[in-house]
Write a new protein. Structure first.
Length: 582
């Protein structure tokens, strides 16, 4: 648990026992915040408790702050407390507090920052879920990394995370895939007399698929009939899904389950789900409104079964079945999420591409309806990835078969760089994947910058073995050090940065923003590199002082702590910490 939460509990205890004793209620804890001040000059920690709670005593925020500050100064680790503006209280914490937090880092090592905030709650995170009609491209990669890292950090805080990939293996896009493969398969036997139809997938990967189909079946599938088409469809789906799984494995992303939409239909789960909605009088016969945003894919101006989405905050009631009898995507998605609920998940997180943003409200409304508001569903969208090569954005169009495959990116720059870069921006912001910049060995390359900080920590610890007994400077021994020699203001600043780590994880989970990890690692690396440079300018600031063993051991403790946090953060990102930069 972060020290911010520790302080919040201590403030809450003061409010409960003293200041708000007569009017205290348990909701008070969630009404105020304890956070990092916007500027260092405002101290170490800030709270808005006086601002938001003064109404209970019907006094001004500043008068409430005076009462609270009086009690806060009695807490042994608080150095000073001052009121700023309309009731904000800024606190400075004692040096001993920071040293004790640093000691916690050394004692807990890779467990530092873990907690049971999640209380073992089950959460299902569904992400990627790209249609099995072709290989994953660089755009899919962003959602894959986002979902995977979010899963990692939620596990770190005590959630039981289940990762799922939903396979859209039914519908018109699968028919299109099958017809595209049939075209490429016939092409191998010189059976085609015209250029590929614009209604087919043009991707060259289908040529490889068709060649593998020919290897297994020869010319047996050339005759056009239902049985052969089904064989080609099943082979194609398995072939592409295997391609997707291999690419995900290269990216370091694994799933607990690949859930087939086709099985959802075969097991009659859609009709059972819709029957439940009918019993609850949430389905009626009517003509759907024409979509305002131009989303006409599933709109038909005829009388049909509609779900009362507007009862739950949606803009319009939604169609559930097409004129050919097939279920709409919406009907399938309702049943899929109902099945998640039936499997014991009342907390669901979906990670979608930016083009699905308009679909969020309708699905959320359906999940509320089918589960009687018993499910907490959060839907996050990931914006576009622009690939930059030689300062020019590469144009991509999956429809035209022009896209940059995930495998090509991984072959060129590797898993670690790819994963890190995908979290350099908040998920709802576009991101540039600059192929030149990410291969530079400079501070402008954020991956290199963080990896270099970790490698520098390791190099200091290796060098120390030349002057001291290796056992004496091992982590097991060094964590027994009392750290009393860490007095320099830059050492304290670095400690303060290191011990923010638990708060960073907590906020990343609370806001579902794993990019906060990469931001923090860059900030910590910057402060560490600056500290390193002080030693170059002033020999007394160097980490290793062979004439002062006690000082050296204290500084090595700080080095260990920085390395621990960098390593912990990189591991959560799925990036291997490097001990030596080649």
């Amino acid at each position: 648990m972060s020290f911010y939460n520790t302080l919040k509990k201590d403030i809450n205890a003061i409010l409960n026992k003293d200041i708000l004793k007569k009017v205290y209620k348990k909701e008070v804890l969630n009404m105020f915040q304890v956070s990092e001040p916007p500027k260092d000059k405002f101290g170490d920690v800030s709270t808005n408790a006086a601002l938001v709670l003064s109404k209970f005593l019907k006094i001004s925020p500043n008068n409430f702050a005076d009462l609270l500050i009086k009690e806060l100064k009695k807490i042994k680790y608080i150095e000073d407390a001052k009121v700023e503006g309309p009731g904000f209280i800024n606190l400075s914490l004692k040096k001993d507090f920071w040293l004790s937090e640093l000691k916690e880092v050394l004692l807990k090592n890779d467990k530092y920052g873990e907690s049971n905030i999640g209380k073992s709650e089950k959460v299902i995170i569904e992400f990627v879920s790209a249609n099995p009609t072709g290989p994953l491209h660089i755009g899919h990669c962003r959602g894959a990394v986002y979902g995977d890292v979010l899963s990692n950090i939620m596990k770190k805080l005590g959630y039981k995370v289940f990762k799922e990939y939903y396979i859209n293996d039914t519908g018109s896009q699968i028919d299109k895939l099958t017809n595209s493969v049939i075209y490429r398969y016939n092409e191998l036997f010189n059976k085609n007399k015209k250029n590929i139809d614009e209604n087919l997938y043009p991707g060259e990967y289908l040529i490889n698929l068709a060649q593998d189909l020919k290897k297994k079946y020869g010319s047996k599938l050339l005759e056009k009939n239902k049985k052969n088409n089904l064989t080609i469809k099943d082979f194609s789906l398995k072939w592409i899904l295997n391609l997707i799984k291999n690419d995900l494995n290269l990216l370091g992303v694994n799933f607990d389950l690949f859930y087939s939409e086709n099985n959802l239909i075969k097991k009659n789960k859609i009709s059972i789900c819709l029957d439940t909605l009918k019993k609850n009088k949430l389905i009626y016969e009517g003509i759907p409104e024409k979509p305002k945003g131009g989303d006409l894919d599933e709109w038909e101006p005829r009388k049909q079964s509609l779900f009362k989405s507007t009862n739950f905050g949606d803009d319009a009631d939604r169609a559930l079945q097409k004129s050919d009898g097939d279920y709409t995507y919406f009907a399938k998605d309702i049943a899929y999420h109902w099945d998640k609920y039936k499997r014991g998940f009342s907390f669901m997180i979906n990670v979608w591409g930016a083009d699905h943003g308009g679909y969020i409200k309708r699905l959320s409304s359906a999940v509320k309806a089918i589960t009687n508001n018993k499910v907490n569903i959060i839907i996050k969208t990931c914006q576009l990835v622009r690939v930059i090569d030689k300062k020019k954005a590469l144009k991509m169009s999956k429809r035209e078969g022009k896209f940059i495959s995930l495998k090509k990116v991984l072959d060129n720059v590797g898993k670690d760089v790819t994963r890190f870069i995908m979290l350099l921006r908040k998920n709802n912001e576009d991101i540039d994947f600059d192929l030149e910049k990410i291969t530079e060995e400079s501070k402008d390359n954020p991956v290199f910058y963080v990896q270099y900080a970790h490698a520098r920590c390791c190099s200091v610890l290796r060098e120390a073995k030349n002057y001291f007994n290796p056992k004496e400077i091992s982590l097991n021994e060094i964590k027994k050090n009392d750290l009393k020699n860490l007095n320099d203001k830059n050492e304290i600043l670095l400690i303060k940065e290191v011990v923010k780590w638990p708060k960073i994880i907590e906020d990343s989970v609370h806001y579902h923003e794993p990019h906060r990890i990469t931001f923090f690692l860059q900030s910590l690396s910057s402060k560490f590199h600056s500290f390193w440079n002080y030693g170059k300018m002033d020999p007394s600031k160097r980490f290793i002082n062979i004439d002062n063993k006690s000082l050296t051991l204290s500084r090595l403790s700080l080095i260990y702590a920085v390395r621990i946090i960098l390593s912990n953060g990189l591991n959560l990102l799925g990036v291997k910490p490097l001990n030596i930069m080649k």
